[in-house]
Design a protein around this ligand. Sequence first.
Ligand SMILES: NC(=O)c1ccc[n+]([C@@H]2O[C@H](COP(=O)([O-])OP(=O)(O)OC[C@H]3O[C@@H](n4cnc5c(N)ncnc54)[C@H](OP(=O)(O)O)[C@@H]3O)[C@@H](O)[C@H]2O)c1
Length: 309
Amino acid sequence: MTKGRHLEQRRGVWLGMGLVTGLLAGLTWLHRERARRSSPLLRRAEVQSGKSLTALVTGASSGIGQAYATKLAAMGYNPILVARRKDRLDSLASDLTDIYGVRVSVVPVDLATDAGIAAVEQAIASTDDLGILVNNAGFGMYGPFARGDINRHLDMIRLHVLAVVRLTRAALPGMLARRRGIVINVSSLIAFYPIYGSTTYTATKCYLRSFTEALHQELAGTGVRAQSLCPGFVRTEFQECADIQSLAIPDGLCMSAQDVVAGSLRDLAADRPISVPGPVYRFLATLSAVLPRPVIYLAGRVIARQRGK
Ligand SMILES: NC(=O)c1ccc[n+]([C@@H]2O[C@H](COP(=O)([O-])OP(=O)(O)OC[C@H]3O[C@@H](n4cnc5c(N)ncnc54)[C@H](OP(=O)(O)O)[C@@H]3O)[C@@H](O)[C@H]2O)c1
């Protein structure tokens, strides 16, 4: 083969690859534009004209859930607040009504119980304009599985997995019929890092990430979207409950719940199925795909030693 012919062939291959990449980029852009146009988040005019939608947020009594409820109320959504602590929900409801003039209802239930999940399914069934469902309620737990309280692990599976699956299933038929709606399932950066001491937590958050990413694909072109939010460290009551204050996380690495919610909403507008707010955490999520597993395991052991567990 002559040198000229060889060069010509290589140019052809590069041109072909360029065309395929351009085509794929174009198709992705078109797909995102279609999803964006049917997003209730962008229907500001509708919200301003008083035809506002409902947003159901679980775990709204503190932290990230409270930040979602507040942001969505500020955007004109009528929130339904779910968590166990009724006094907290009532106080937030009265603040949101006073400040934003929205209609707020509260459902004080334990989502780790069958009755609690059924009560929220019922609330969804009696809402004919559910625009957003945020499955955020959750708690952390750390320590060797073999010595842990099995009931806590089972509660975590019920809260992080069963409740989310049932509420998502309850919300989708109405959203699909209206051809609009958003489901946000709060996972965690740890879904990318299965480490020592957080067996059930990592596994449930991994479930949420995979479930939601697959759902996002199933919903393509329907006007309904799903996002899995995977935050890194966020300063909330979570650290106390999960007993991880001892980790001495530098302030620069901790995000505020408000910034995490802003990142999630930005990623929704860009139709990203997985949202990892914050550049450091986005880098860590990307890194997890190429990092050798032994390095991840070693990091887990170092953290465990630091915490004396
Ligand atoms: N903070 C972080 O660093 C971080 C990082 C990654 C992911 N996350 C995830 O973000 C989500 C929110 O956590 P957060 O940081 O905002 O923590 P948080 O301040 O402790 O809030 C947790 C919320 O979940 C509710 N909740 C807990 N158990 C519940 C149950 N059985 N039934 C109903 N509601 C329940 C709590 O309300 P009641 O106690 O009133 O029921 C509270 O409103 C969780 O899913 C967590 O896994 C947090």
